[in-house]
Design a protein. Sequence first.
Length: 231
Amino acid sequence: MLGIIGAMNEEVASLKEKMDGVSIYRAAGMEFCQGKLQGRDVVVVRSGIGKVNGAICSQILADKFQVTKIINTGIAGSLRNEINIGDIVLSKDTLQHDMDATGFGYPAGQIPQMETSVFEGDTGMIEAAKECCAQVVPDIGVHVGRVVSGDQFVSDKEKKKWLTETFDGYCTEMEGAAIAQAAYLNHIPFLIIRAISDKADDSAIISYEEFEAKAIEHSVKLVTALVEKLD
């Protein structure tokens, strides 16, 4: 069974409309919609904002539904000038940029007493997503790189510069690395997919409402195609 964690109500609702035999399970303030999408067994859920919500959602998918893969879609801010509004970033890997135990001698971003703090996206899922993007959203730029996460909305240019220089980040958001860590600890392959909402240097302006509508459309197309392609 495939777990799909969405970010936007409209996105989850659109996926739910495409599903057959939907049953609802509620836990931790979240609604887990189980059924079939493109003939595949899936669970679709909106996690809510922030790392704790993302991690709790992932653990429920592991414990209750025994998912074999996790896809997480959402929105992120660009950290590189070549990544444009509306482009898609696929997670080569993820880390938590606000994990700070530097006072104990750890590098920024390192989680004490864990063997790794960088959680790698599944290569097979990345390749499948790239193929699906070329098929269903061919006009959208697709980038494979590091997603950095923290319980912070990052808009400051200097903070964006620090995230790029310190962590080699491609985009920044608030759930991906926590979902990735939960997936890693449960030995579940995962992929974080992010639609880019703003330029790294704020040089391009687009209304958020216009961006969100397109992001939802592209996300639903991509996830639907990806579900069909994944084993």
